[in-house]
Ligand binder design. Structure first.
Ligand code: ADP
Ligand code: MG
Length: 324
């Protein structure tokens, strides 16, 4: 059973950025307005995510990291109008199987915070009083300590730097979509990136990506689907003509940062076409999908893509894509 748990957990928890994403989403689900992400040795030695959310009730702490426990949905119907990022009760338990995890939490009703050390199966190993304020701090030590091949894979200097960049991009994505969220990213005690609370999406975009590089392109609604895309302004970065995927591209579906292959293809098509006389076939482009980027399936994909295509046409002033 330990092997089964390890295998299935290693499929849920694939990388440092994946751990940060799960913990941040838990913080956001807890109503946090401030999240601090701290990494040591690129997250391989320590990942710590601290929030000022509602905390975990004492009755829930024994089961918080038990597989398939979630405090977020009670019935099947809740699935229909999901407003939280999490609902499967899988992340925390899975992280426990591939690292050493401690959770410190305090709700409004608690007098002091308590630090819980969890074991491989997500059960409480020990607990002690702690001094932190309201909210939750999750510490993940020695990620992939029992998956030596994967730990080795993520230990190369190149991979480490890539992962740190991805963590920063992930934080930037939440910064854009959540203007009133305060965020910091610290690596080896150095502040790598931070963003204060701002008033609206426009200010969030400015604060996150700077004034010249990026424009908010789409805000599109199709039935219950909201897609926001933040793409480079036309002509913003001429040096990018040689690379197929522009930097600083963010796509959100219903406020979830996602990586959508077909929308990316359309974007690449239009982004590159602005510099060329001959339109590029999107199918010839490498959209560089990585497994740790979230992918989504869209129900009425054709209609969504046609709408995004039309918006991109008016934005970049190019021909519609014949092969979206
Ligand atoms: P899910 O998010 O799908 O419910 P998780 O395994 O990510 O599952 O978390 C399990 C449970 O632990 C959550 O349902 C929630 O009750 C609690 N929890 C985890 N992190 C936090 C947090 N930062 N603040 C408050 N509660 C949390
Ligand atoms: Mg979760």
């Amino acid at each position: 059973p330990d092997t089964v748990r390890l295998l299935s957990s290693s499929q849920v928890i694939t990388s440092v950025v994946n751990v940060v994403k799960e913990l941040m989403e838990n913080s956001l689900d807890a109503g946090a307005s401030s999240i601090d992400v701290k990494l040591e040795n690129y997250g391989l030695d320590r990942i710590e995510v601290r929030d000022n959310g509602h905390g975990i009730k004492a009755v829930d702490t024994p089961v918080m990291a038990v597989r398939h426990f979630t405090s977020k949905i009670c019935s099947h119907e809740d699935m229909e109008h999901l407003e939280t990022y999490g609902f499967r009760g899988e992340a925390l338990g899975s992280i426990c199987a591939v690292a050493e995890v401690a959770v410190t939490t305090k709700t409004e009703d608690d007098d002091i915070s308590t630090q819980y050390t969890l074991n491989f199966t997500g059960d409480i190993l020990s607990q002690k009083p702690s001094h932190l304020g309201q909210g939750t701090t999750v510490s993940v030590l020695k990620l992939f300590k029992n998956l030596p091949v994967r730990r080795q894979y993520y230990s190369s200097t190149k991979k480490c730097k890539e992962e740190l960049k991805k963590v920063q991009e992930l934080l930037m994505a939440y910064a854009i979509i959540k203007p009133d969220l305060r965020l910091t990213l610290v690596h080896n005690k150095v502040v790598v990136w931070q963003k204060a609370k701002v008033a609206d999406h426009r200010s969030a975009l400015l604060a996150t990506l700077g004034p010249s590089a990026v424009a908010n392109l789409t805000f599109h609604c199709l039935q219950s689907l909201f897609i926001d895309g933040f793409f480079p302004k036309p002509g913003a970065d001429h040096s990018s003509t040689s690379s197929s995927t522009p930097d600083k591209t963010f796509i959100f579906v219903n406020n979830r940062p996602v990586q959508h292959k077909d929308i990316m293809k359309l974007l690449c098509h239009h982004y590159i076409a602005q510099y060329l006389d001959d339109p590029v076939s999107p199918s010839s482009l490498d959209v560089n999908l990585t497994p740790d980027k979230t992918q989504v399936l869209l129900l009425n994909k054709e209609a969504v893509l046609a709408a995004v295509d039309a918006l991109l046409v008016s934005f970049y002033g190019c021909q519609p894509s014949s092969d979206p």
